[in-house]
Structure formats: structure tokens, C-alpha cells
Write a protein that binds this ligand. Structure first.
Ligand SMILES: *Cc1c(COP(=O)(O)O)cnc(C)c1O
Length: 491
């Protein structure tokens, strides 16, 4: 299995195919594109049948070995077995089995169709990002040990990604995490989750500023290429290919759990921000999984909904980005979207390059086929099963209330965006699976607003705000940041 960049034109430096291990620790390809397999591996009906009997870890191994052909099977088996255990996914709720890792729950079964929720938030940080990040932690440790190398992950977070990365990398040999967050701007729960980690390889840096200041610092440090190389700086952002692949697994798992024969189809609705999660669904579908439709649910930041309705991709300025009550979907451009556009334009790297160049120069592109547009490939979107919808703060509150009343469960704000949009796309005969992306306890302020009471906290999280915290406070100064990193990497 080889990987190519979505912008691997004949002039590009990245046109040589790469192996899984070559791209594991990296992000963007050197030409600015994203890595994809040169062709998607296919899954036969016989394989799908055999996979019906597998547990989550075994299924993850079967899928991963199709993509990571350069890692020995026995090693993949050990890595996936260690990652997807009931010990790591211990926070299963009443009526769920932690051993299932991603249990399904039928919310509604009737004339309109079947509405199902797939739990993905039973990991250590109570959000679906754990599903991929936990595997990444074990893959990184494995790859670094093999090459006797080390990696210093440097990133900025407003909450979810940073905590998932820290819990995945804590205690891993060869890895350190330097995570910037805006001082006193995260919720008390998120702050406690991150800052209570006492592992010596985790460094929490509270920056005196806002999230954008943290991101600017990451960019400034990453742009100093010699510093970056000397201190072996890397990232774990959502374009990392291994993160996307790890997410392909739960689409297979959800399909297999919701059906009894490969003749049946299901659809998925996915609360979307950077298009990472739903991109994994697209890949599962391209591998032959019988997915009918993939519905992207957005909040008020509706870049993706606009594209899937009109064919116009129009990124937003940061001043146009709304701060919403589903904050992990507050994005101005969808960093994984290029992986789908590449497919849509027939894997034409030159065209992908030109379109995303236009995103930089003109803020977007138009594939609607209208006079003066950049192409007419939007007409092919249906072939890939994509649909979309949008949800607002009022929709979230109403959906959280309604789901609590009708089914007796409290869902988080992002999942509520998913349920709202899923209900608009239900069809008789094709179960609609909504991916749960976080637990309500993480976004308690909005739960209180909707229900007038606190979200339940899973056991083990009752008093995390009272735990001792380990972090440093720093001004938003690049030189201070570099000095801090240099001091702690010892390189
Ligand atoms: C990251 C995140 C999302 C968005 O996922 P993408 O892969 O960026 O589309 C949705 N909900 C929650 C809770 C998240 O943390």
C-alpha cells in the first residue's frame, strides 16, 4: 500500500509514493497536499461476513493491516489489542458494555425509519477523538522505538484535541507533549482534565492570551525550520493520516452491529468540523462498506453544509467564525476536505492543487457548474452519498430537551447537532446512525441551559476540579516559548 499527495503534480517534490510508516509521524505532504492511498483497499462480502464475529480490537487490526502493509501483522495485533480494551474504554454508561467499545443504542424505530446512536465517547477524555488518538499514541511509541528516535508534539488547543492528545501520549516512551491553551479560557472541567496530568512527558502551557495567540505561537515556532528539526517538533492535528484510518473502524463496527446481512444498507450522520470524522466514513464507503448516505451536520459555522447544498466552498475569515455552544465544530475551513475534493475531481492532483491555491488567493472555489464557476463536479457529489444539514443554538437546546424527554438520555451539544440533522434525513428501511462525538458532561453549561440541571458525570470524574494541577503560565512570546521547549527537550 502506497500513499500519494493530493497535490502530487509532476512538478511537485512529493510525488514519490510513501509507505504508511513514512507518513505516520507527519502532517502535510511537502507540496502542501494531504496523503491518501494510491487506491483504496477493497473489502469483500466474505470478509465482511467473517468480520461480523470480531471484537473491536480484532476488527481494527483487520482494517489497519490493509493500510499499514509495512508493519508486521503480529505488531498490529498487539498494538490494536492494547488500544481498544475495556480498561481504556471504561466509562460505558448504563446499558452499555465497555467491551463493545462503540455500542449502539436504538433511539427511535417507526414509520419514519430507525434512528440509532453510536457511542464513541467512552474513552479517557469523553470525546470521540480518543478513538483515533489512543491508537496514534501506541503507533508513535512503536515507530519511535524502532528507529531509536524521539518526537516532541507541539500544539494549541481550546479543549478537546489537546486533552485527547495528552491522554494518548502520557507515559509514552520517546514522546513529549507541549500543549498551549489560553490561560483561564477553558471550562473548569477541561482545564482539570488536562492540568491534573502529572506525567513528566506532558507539559501544559497556559498562555496569557486567547486561542488565536496560542495558534500563532505554534505557527511561529513551526516556521523556524531549523529549530523544528533540532527539537524534533511534530503535531497530531486532524490531517494526520493514521488518525483518519483509525476512524474508518467505527463505521465498519456500526454497520456490522446494525445489520445482519451485507444486503442491508445504513446511513450515518456525522457532527462535522474539520471533515476528519466523516472523511473516514467516505473511505469506508469507498472500500465497499454498504453505506447509503453520509450526512454532514454543521452548526452555525456551515462551510460544509453550504458546499453540499450548492457546490460552493467558501472558507470564512476568523472574524466571521461564530463562537457556538458546539465549539469543537467552530471552524472556518475544513482541513481534511481536500481529501474528498481530490476524489471528486477524479484524483487530478493538478486540479486539486489549483483549487486549493484558489482557496488561498480567493477564499474558496465553485464547482456548481454555474457560468464562471471553477468546474461542474458538484453534480457527482450524490454518487458519493453526501448530504448535509445545519443546526443552531436554539436547535441544540430543543434537541437536547427532546432527546432527554423521549429517550431518557442526555446528549452533548455536538451530538445534538447530529441528531437534529439526522432526523431531517431519515428513510424507512435504512437505519440512520448518528455518531456521538462527546459526552454531555464536557459541555455542562449548555446542558444546564437546556434542562435546568447538570449533566451526569461518569464515575472517576466526580471531583477532578479538586485534583492538584501541573502547568506553567507564560506570556505570548515566541522566544520564551522556544527557550522553554529547548530546556525541556534537552536537545
Ligand atoms: C473534533 C470534534 C468534532 C468535529 O470532528 P471533525 O473530525 O473535525 O469533523 C465534533 N464534535 C466533537 C465533540 C469534537 O471534539
Amino acid at each position: 500500500m502506497h500513499y500519494v499527495s493530493t497535490r502530487a503534480t509532476s512538478a511537485s517534490a512529493a510525488r514519490n509514493p510513501q509507505l504508511f510508516s513514512d507518513i505516520l509521524l507527519g502532517g502535510l505532504a511537502p507540496d502542501g497536499g494531504l496523503y491518501l492511498p494510491s487506491a483504496y483497499p477493497q473489502v469483500s462480502g466474505a470478509e465482511l461476513d467473517a468480520w461480523r464475529k470480531l471484537g473491536y480490537a480484532e476488527l481494527a487490526c483487520e482494517i489497519l493491516r490493509k493500510f499499514a502493509t509495512d508493519i508486521p501483522d503480529a505488531d498490529l495485533k498487539a498494538l490494536t489489542a492494547r488500544t481498544y480494551t475495556a480498561e481504556v474504554y471504561r466509562n460505558a454508561r448504563a446499558g452499555e458494555s465497555a467491551a463493545e467499545i462503540t455500542p449502539l443504542r436504538v433511539l427511535e424505530q417507526g414509520e419514519r425509519g430507525t434512528l440509532v446512536l453510536q457511542a464513541l465517547s467512552n474513552g479517557p477524555t469523553l470525546a470521540f477523538k480518543d478513538m483515533a488518538m489512543q491508537l496514534l499514541g501506541n503507533l508513535f511509541e512503536y515507530a519511535l522505538a524502532k528507529n531509536n528516535d524521539e518526537l516532541n508534539i507541539f500544539g494549541a488547543t481550546s479543549g478537546d484535541t489537546g486533552s485527547a492528545a495528552e491522554y494518548a501520549m502520557r507515559g509514552k516512551r520517546g514522546v513529549r507533549v507541549f500543549m498551549l491553551s489560553p490561560h483561564k479560557k477553558m471550562s473548569a472541567f477541561q482545564t482539570a482534565q488536562m492540568f491534573s496530568l502529572q506525567d513528566p512527558n506532558i507539559f501544559n502551557i497556559a498562555v496569557e492570551g486567547v486561542f488565536d495567540d496560542c495558534q500563532d505561537l505554534v505557527k511561529a515556532v513551526s516556521n523556524d525550520l531549523s529549530f523544528k528539526a533540532r527539537h524534533k517538533i511534530g503535531t497530531v492535528n486532524s490531517i494526520n493520516w493514521a488518525r483518519v484510518v483509525a476512524q474508518v473502524v467505527y463505521y465498519f463496527r456500526g454497520y456490522l452491529a446494525a445489520t445482519t446481512s451485507n444486503e442491508q444498507k445504513v446511513s450515518f450522520t456525522v457532527p462535522s468540523g474539520n471533515f476528519g470524522n466523516i472523511c473516514a466514513g467516505h473511505i469506508a464507503r469507498m472500500m465497499g462498506l454498504p453505506i447509503d448516505r453520509l450526512v454532514a451536520a454543521t452548526n452555525e459555522n456551515d462551510v460544509l453544509d453550504e458546499f453540499f447544498r450548492t457546490g460552493v466552498y467558501r472558507v470564512r475569515k476568523s472574524s466571521e467564525t461564530f463562537h457556538t455552544s458546539s465549539p469543537s465544530m467552530d471552524i472556518s475551513k475544513a482541513s481534511n476536505f481536500e481529501r474528498f475534493v481530490y476524489e471528486l475531481v477524479g484524483r487530478d492532483a493538478q486540479r486539486t492543487h489549483d483549487l486549493f491555491r484558489k482557496v488561498e488567493t480567493h477564499g474558496g472555489f465553485d464547482l456548481s457548474g454555474a457560468p464562471g464557476s471553477d468546474g461542474d463536479e458538484f453534480k457527482l457529489v450524490g454518487k458519493y452519498g453526501f448530504q448535509s444539514g445545519r443546526s443552531t443554538h436554539a436547535d441544540r437546546l430543543a434537541t437536547i430537551r427532546d432527546v432527554a424527554q423521549a429517550y431518557g438520555i442526555v446528549i452533548d451539544t455536538h451530538t445534538a447537532d447530529g441528531v437534529k440533522v439526522a432526523r431531517e434525513h431519515m428513510q424507512p428501511g435504512v437505519p440512520m446512525i448518528v455518531l456521538e462525538t462527546a459526552l454531555a458532561a464536557k459541555f455542562n453549561e449548555t446542558i444546564v441551559e437546556a434542562l435546568g440541571k447538570d449533566a451526569e458525570r461518569p464515575s472517576g470524574f466526580e471531583n477532578i476540579e479538586a485534583l492538584p494541577q501541573r502547568f506553567v503560565v507564560m506570556p505570548a512570546e515566541v522566544d520564551r516559548m522556544k527557550a522553554y521547549i529547548a530546556e525541556h527537550t534537552g536537545l
